[in-house]
Ligand binder design. Sequence first.
Ligand code: APR
Length: 234
Amino acid sequence: MYTLLPMKKLVVFTGAGVSAESGIKTFRDSGGLWEEYDIMDVATPEAWHRQPEVVLEFYNARRKQVLESEPNQGHRIIAELESHFDVDVITQNIDDLHERAGSTRAMHLHGEIRKSKSSINPNLIYPISGDKIAWGETCELGSQLRPHVVWFGEEVPMMPPAERLVNEANIFIIVGTSLNVYPAALLVFHVRKDCKIYLVDPGDPIIPSQLNITWIKEKAGEGMRMVRDEIIKV
Ligand code: APR
């Protein structure tokens, strides 16, 4: 007699570290992006008002790098886990490497670099065909297009649905994030009591001490291989 059982719910929460092995710089590691650029100059609404062309150029460079990059083993293992679990990815990354690795549900908390947005109506979002948003390129209402990313000081509209997903998880895996940026870093507190939590990061993330987290101090590719081998045999 066989019983039909639902697949376990797996939620994977990723940050810049999952794309590091694809050659995309993280933000806060030594040599990271925020050493080279000042957040206030490129990633805030004030920067956009003061020097929109500099902001566009910064994100055009990020987009070009994403287009030149490929998903790595970490992204691929996360995608392959869909054969064993009901998987949702929640990423802070603006790249599309989870999707290109085959993940079918990837929620972007901080936006998507390959999309543009009207600067007067945030609901008008467009795919970008090449690697640039040009100064003078406008939405259908005639306002300058901006990158579809969440800047410091802006709302994070995807937080409530992300919190709901985390609350459904049987297994929650955090990969490659310093857990420095809020509200995203608070997501882990939405897990249920019986949820198993893994963290894959070779560095020194801020790990909440009040939660029982299994830390695998490895890069995303190797660390995800180890987590996969453990969770698929359970
Ligand atoms: N594999 C896994 N993790 C790695 C790797 C790797 N190969 N290399 C570095 N890391 C880890 C670092 O140890 C660090 O903990 O990735 C993390 C990167 O942290 P941050 O640079 O702070 O990136 P992230 O946490 O994603 O930043 C959050 O900040 O600037 C904003 O909006 C931006 O979404 C971003 C947010």
